[in-house]
Design a protein around this ligand. Structure first.
Ligand code: ATP
Ligand code: MG
Ligand code: FE
Length: 341
């Protein structure tokens, strides 16, 4: 089954064709980074407008890249949420019209479940075995899930304030490194030394699986204002990265232990982080845990992961109702369980 995936939840307009939930036939991502760069963050209204401009060319490029006509598509999978409502609506409206016009099914995929399915798209590696633990670390989310089957993830813990990617972006902004700052800080951290400069690690005591990154962000801000340029930027980046990675890795492996799983997936934009990848790989090998991290091209937002997850929605018959709508937030924090629509 060839599924056309559509993603427009934030600042990437993406389309992809994926076969049977695992094989990427063609994938295209049109990034808006150049547009939002000067504002130091994503401007929702600008994002929506640029999705409108990009959606048709991106889908045409994907179908052209696969040598497929629209009538060769078997079904459409589109990100329904969470994300920016105006941005989501562009992909959602396009996908529903496209599917309706062709008389094929359309499913609405949870973006975070999509990120988790990115680990099933690497032809070089064995996929994780259910149940497994997933650490989703991105620009808007930092959470741990017990992934029970292809459509069910139970929230184990999440950030109480900033997401890890958000902390990267804010610290990069304070250091004048532009937006988004994750990859830049990562590259600097690799060249820096961590000795002496220790930033706080929140919620490491006990067995909480929640995260908090706002204190770390404030500590870096305080340090920068007092230091006045005396310490090398590389060393600050290295110390900041070490604090983030310490917490992410400690909690991820604690979740694996608590859930009694032997597979851990790390997904989302921050999964591309070299410091995080290195430490996670080392801990996984020490503990005999199988670690799954998607290739860098599938860590950030893309539509292949949406098509991959969508395949399972289709198999389960979860097609969209005519009055279905997009949603901005994924979970009810009180219930701490994510139920799929
Ligand atoms: P969400 O998935 O939560 O809705 P999003 O889709 O905006 O948010 P992604 O596209 O998955 O997030 O990830 C973008 C984030 O990843 C940005 O915050 C960016 O700074 C961060 N990031 C990208 N590469 C790296 C890296 N090498 N190290 C750390 N952070 C990184
Ligand atoms: Mg993005
Ligand atoms: Fe994302």
């Amino acid at each position: 089954m060839r599924v056309l995936g559509i993603e427009s939840s934030c600042d990437e307009t993406a389309a992809a064709v994926v076969e049977d939930g695992v094989r990427i036939v063609c994938s295209e991502v049109a990034s808006q980074v150049d547009i939002h760069h000067r504002y130091g963050g994503v401007v929702p209204e600008l994002a929506s407008r640029h999705h409108v401009e990009a959606i048709c060319p991106v889908v045409e490029a994907v179908l052209g890249g696969c040598g497929m006509a629209p009538s060769d598509v078997d079904a459409v999978a589109v990100t329904q949420g969470p994300g920016l409502v105006g941005a989501l609506l562009v992909g959602f409206g396009f996908a529903r019209a496209f599917a309706f016009g062709l008389g094929i099914p359309c499913v609405g995929v949870n973006h975070l479940l999509g990120h988790v399915h990115s680990v099933f798209l690497d032809p070089e590696r064995d996929p994780p075995a259910y149940p497994f633990v997933a650490l989703t670390v991105s620009g808007g989310h930092t959470a741990l899930y017990h992934v029970v089957d292809s459509l069910t993830m139970i929230l184990l813990g999440q950030t109480r304030d900033d997401a890890a990617g958000e902390a990267y972006d804010k610290v990069a902004k304070m250091m004048g490194l532009g937006y988004p700052g994750g990859a830049v800080l990562d590259a600097m951290a690799v060249q820096g030394k961590t000795g002496g400069l220790v930033f706080p690690r929140a919620l490491l005591d006990g067995d909480s699986l929640d995260f908090s990154f706002s204190g770390l962000k404030s500590a870096v801000a305080r340090f920068l204002s007092e230091d006045e340029g005396a310490t090398s930027c590389m060393d600050i980046a290295a110390s900041f990265q070490e604090a983030v990675v310490d917490v992410l890795v400690a909690k991820a492996f604690l979740a694996v232990e608590i859930a009694g799983c032997s597979d851990l997936a790390i997904v989302g934009g921050v999964a591309a982080n070299r410091g995080l990848q290195r430490r996670a790989a080392q801990m996984a090998s020490d503990r005999g845990i199988r670690l799954h991290i998607p290739p860098v091209s599938l860590c950030g937002d893309n539509a292949a992961m949406i098509a991959a997850a969508g395949f399972h929605y289709l198999k389960a018959g979860k097609t969209l109702a005519l009055d279905a709508d997009v949603f901005s937030r994924a979970t009810d924090p009180g219930r701490r369980v994510m139920v799929h629509r």
